[in-house]
Design a protein around this ligand. Structure first.
Ligand SMILES: *Cc1c(COP(=O)(O)O)cnc(C)c1O
Length: 591
């Protein structure tokens, strides 16, 4: 296609919402995501395309991807760069170059385009910014090579590219009618600085030095989604580094005013320069409100893109019984009408597909008649992947006296997360100790494809984070779309989706406040084992109709709500604001 046409077509899409995210996960062979944040971004964009919304998204092009995980025999993680070729999937927009100043360097950036196609012909363009251009020096060329791979300097440089470069890209593409900039996590917060500079008034216009920076106008356009319930999870930069990289761009005293006096805190910057801030579940909203006193924080609970996370077997069922469900995910509530045998046999074939994959990869042969528990997420201490194994004797006793179990696990540890890597080794050694009784499989390289296979192929989805550190979590929503009930700590989305013995089961009590509940390990483990003994295992083996009823209710109560259709609707109704200046109240006559 002639590239000139592309530029006109992009402009003609006339996007109104510009979504900025450090990572976006659209498909497994586009390795520009690490986990939940990126998958959420990808699912959001897919839903926008399904509903033909005027949306556009900006992220970076990571030529080395996140990383490919290999596990040695003792569970030691080895990281390898992902090999992929951007030209296979993306269109290089070679008529456009934007430049950002990073310290003394002018860094040239080239956008690559991927167009997300919705279920009814809607399209959302996604731009990937790439610094690997011949006009840049060798160091600058590497700036966008890896996602979350570098040091503070690299991270800040990437955030300059995303926020400032991203905004300049939209201008270069003549996309001029953005009503809201959506900052998906603080990483994108530097775009507010570019807006501040754009809307800066001349002193002659105001004669008041306090009025020069028109931050009110910036705030009207920006909305911010925060994802992290721990202070350490928020990006902060020493002002020495900031001075070095951004000192020529904006006066540091302006930064200090909006981003904090001691270090550049991107969350603070985003909070101060956004009209709305939202957390990603109701529980996370309460935690965030305590973390950031003085800010009005709303909640929009995350969702998943239903059509992407429903396995083929259930897609076929939904197409037959709930036509239209791909666009209108609310139709999934009528899963209540799908007969028992159909639900169970669709699940058993998804289970068999997972077991075939496991057999191919590991030579382990799992038994499709045995209750199979799944657990897959980033290997990091607060996710407590080893809680289930905290009392191996009890686990042994349970399988001998109540009924057999099989376990399927997966998850990458961040390359710098040593305690996370140790967790994987610990699971490997437990696997040896229990091998005569319980088959435990740890699959390598958890990615979107494996995520879909595991969430749909196990019988029960386990989640054991330390309260209240799971902002939302989304893999349990994927499980629900495949009729797989959740068995989880009451945190994040599960507090909203949980109906005991109806959609799944809780582990432990509700969170009591924002404090990390360190003492809960033993109590939670005990509750986990008790629920397995009293409710879960007996129902699975001795009360099949009730088990299938719970599977069905997971779809009709959980999947019909925890999807990106409902989520985007909430963003459009409660967060985005299309004409904030005209919001005046009508005076009632009697006043
Ligand atoms: C869905 C998904 C996640 C996020 O799941 P959580 O429940 O938030 O841990 C992470 N990684 C991959 C590959 C996924 O598909």
């Amino acid at each position: 296609m002639d590239n000139n046409d592309i530029y006109t077509e992009i402009k003609n899409l006339a996007p109104q919402i510009a979504y900025f995210s450090m990572e976006i996960g659209l498909r497994v062979d586009l390795p520009t995501y690490s986990g939940g944040l990126g998958v959420l971004a990808g699912d959001t964009i897919k839903a926008a395309a399904d509903h033909e919304l005027a949306y556009v998204a900006v992220t970076l092009l990571y030529r080395e991807g996140y990383f490919q995980q290999h596990l040695e025999d003792n569970g030691q993680q080895v990281e390898q760069p992902v090999k992929w070729n951007p030209t296979d999937l993306l269109i290089e927009l070679d008529q456009i170059t934007v430049t950002v100043e990073i310290g003394t360097k002018q860094v040239a950036l080239r956008p690559w385009l991927y167009v997300v196609e919705g279920c009814d012909g809607g399209q959302v363009p996604v731009f990937f910014l790439d610094s690997d251009l011949p006009e840049n020096g060798p160091e600058e060329r590497k700036l966008t090579a890896q996602l979350y791979g570098g040091d503070q300097r690299n991270r800040l440089s990437q955030e300059i590219i995303l926020g400032i470069g991203g905004l300049r890209l939209l201008s270069a593409l003549e996309i001029r009618n953005i009503v809201n900039f959506h900052l998906n996590e603080g990483h994108a917060a530097l775009l507010t600085l570019e807006l501040l500079k754009r809307y800066r008034r001349n002193i002659e216009e105001t004669w008041d030095p306090n009025q020069v920076w028109n931050y009110e106008r910036v705030r009207k356009q920006c909305v911010f989604t925060t994802h992290t319930p721990v202070p350490a999870g928020h990006d902060r930069f020493d002002y020495h580094l900031v001075e070095e990289l951004l000192g020529a761009y904006i006066p540091i005293d302006v930064l200090k005013r909006f981003a904090g006096p001691n270090d550049l805190n991107l969350t603070t910057l985003a909070l101060n320069l956004s009209r709305h801030t939202n957390a990603v579940s109701k529980c996370h909203r309460d935690v965030s409100a305590l973390m950031f006193p003085g800010y009005d924080i709303k909640a929009v609970t995350n969702g998943v893109h239903s059509a992407s996370w429903t396995n083929a077997e259930f897609q076929e069922l939904f197409d037959r019984y709930l036509p239209g469900w791909r666009r209108d995910n609310f139709l999934l509530r009528n899963a209540m009408m799908i007969p028992d045998e159909e639900i169970f046999s669709a699940h058993q074939s998804a289970k068999q597909r997972l077991f075939d994959y496991i057999n191919k990869k590991t030579s382990v042969k799992l038994d499709p008649k045995i209750l199979t528990i799944g657990f897959a997420r980033r290997a990091t201490p607060y996710k407590r992947a080893t809680l289930l194994f905290s009392d191996p004797k009890r686990l042994r006793h349970i399988t001998e006296h109540y009924g057999p179990l099989q376990l399927v696990l997966a998850g990458k540890a961040h390359p710098h997360d040593e305690p996370g890597k140790k967790l994987i080794r610990d699971i490997f050694s437990t696997r040896e100790k229990l091998s005569d009784l319980i088959k435990i499989v740890y699959l390598e390289n958890y990615d979107m494809e494996l995520g879909k296979l595991i969430t749909g192929g196990v019988d029960l989805w386990l989640n054991t984070p330390t309260r209240p550190l799971e902002a939302s979590g989304t893999s349990g929503m994927k499980a629900a779309h495949n009729g797989v009930p959740n068995f989880s700590i009451l945190d994040g989305w599960w507090i909203e989706g949980w109906i005991e013995n109806k959609t799944g089961w809780a582990i432990g009590p509700l969170p009591t406040g924002p404090l990390v509940d360190e003492a809960s390990n033993q109590l939670d483990a005990n509750d986990l084992y008790e629920k397995l003994e009293k409710d879960i295992i007996p129902t699975y083996y001795h009360n099949r109709p009730t088990w299938v009823e719970i599977m069905r209710q997971a779809i009709s109560f959980n999947a019909s709500f925890f999807n990106t259709y409902r989520m985007l609707m909430e963003y459009y109704m409660n967060i985005y604001s299309f004409d904030p200046t005209t919001r005046v109240k009508i005076k009632t006559q009697k006043q």
